[in-house]
Design a protein around this ligand. Sequence first.
Ligand code: SAH
Length: 214
Amino acid sequence: MSTELERGKKRLFEALRRELNAGKVIDAMERVPRELFVPQESRHLSYEDIPLPIGEGQTISQPYIVALMTNALELKEEDRVLELGTGSGYQTAILSLLARKVYSMERIASLAERARVLLALLGRTNVEVRMSGRVLGCPEEAPFDAIIVTAGTPRLPRALLEQMAPGGRMVIPVGSAREQDLMKVVKTDDAYSISSLGPCRFVPLVGKGAWDET
Ligand code: SAH
């Protein structure tokens, strides 16, 4: 890594540690080279706290949002995690350092393939990147201890609520196409509790129960 990038990385992680009380998550993030997950032409921006285009009209999330969402999942070593929206695979790599198994769903084949290659390159063997099917999420492998959705939906999809284990946590952006509220859902034995983590902006989650294909 160039000294320029190294300096940027140090600055970014110092800022994240100041802004968020999420030491364990930020330690895991620091172990994942974000520069591998961004396209060549924006590599010099890898450690700026901004989202970046990754092709196919999609983006890799801003590091602050990655830290905030991952921390809200309250992951334990033995957890099984579902991610919707593999994208670059950066968030996937971080989840795989904090949980037992990660199922990551993607609807664009070229992104899924590139993410698989990068995750293998980093030796992340507890991850499966799968193509999304007719039903949102991955009902075949449900229930999950944690679900993270890195694309925005107009409402809470019932299919995902049904894939939560008792005691499970889900973080999901809900709102309009332009702006969403980052919601945290916790499932108890017989109910769901919902809180807000603040405003955010994600590309659309496409599928039944979310946005229609255009
Ligand atoms: N976490 C990713 C961000 C990806 S952007 C990263 O840090 O790189 C959101 C991704 O969600 C896009 O790649 C998009 O193709 C994908 N997506 C949209 N609808 C989906 C669906 N129904 N199931 C799985 N992935 C979906």
